[in-house]
Design a protein. Sequence first.
Length: 293
Amino acid sequence: MTDPSARLIDGKAFAASLRQSIATEVGRLKDRLGTVPGLAVLMVGDDPASDVYVRNKARQTAECGMKSVERRFAASLTETDLLEEIARLNDDPTIHGILVQLPLPAHINADRVIAAIRPDKDVDGFHPVNAGLLATGGKGLVPCTPLGCLLLLRDVLGDMTGLQAVVVGRSNIVGKPMAQLLLQESCTVTVAHSRTRDLPAICRQADILVAAVGRPAMIRGDWIKPGATVIDVGINRIAAEGGKTRLTGDVAFDEAARVAGAITPVPGGVGPMTIACLLRNTLTAFARINNQD
Ligand code: GUN
């Protein structure tokens, strides 16, 4: 059976310790300033996966001592009404982070909605101003999932200068910002995607391999360079025995764990880091808005 030689990267434990340090800092701010960071999460419609994420975000926000505002709207909400709600939150001095859960219903233009959020409250880091600041090395807000991957990579590898990094996936949410972050770490970065020729050969060059494609177990063991650090961003729900479902990543874990030096499991790897980094971004936004940073 499985004989993993790779070190398991425990994102669950790392995220718990990050949340703990955020809670401590929130407590300090409350004592010193009499206020706490506030995060508003907006959801339109009733997508079951989004429902779970939004509930977890609100719970963890409150657990670390921040103000949590959860707004849920029917799928029939108009874009105009959503934009008005965002304008109110932009002007609300008790709110420092605004997140609109994606996907949105088809009649709402997600790009227009994201662009309406004040960039310094855009804790998802999706606003074009934040994407631009990331690309130019400025001080913006960084998307939560790639930020979580970066924190895990720094913990495992320390200095990444000169390493070959391959990011599989080119989304605005993960692939592109991940590539920018790795470039800032002085890695040599390749962004591969569904049209890349000979993907296995490209992956085999990677000292750092980040998989964010959304296809279960697509990346096989013989695509991995021996000793590589593998970060699996995939969260795919697949059929399991007894009519149940289970979560699996984009990497064929058992095969990859025999070759890699370190690897994130799914679940318990990157997943828990995303909300922890959302809380970190909210704290960052609060500090900047209040000139504490
Ligand atoms: N839907 C899936 N992932 C995300 C995320 O990171 N942010 C938002 N806003 N929606 C999502």
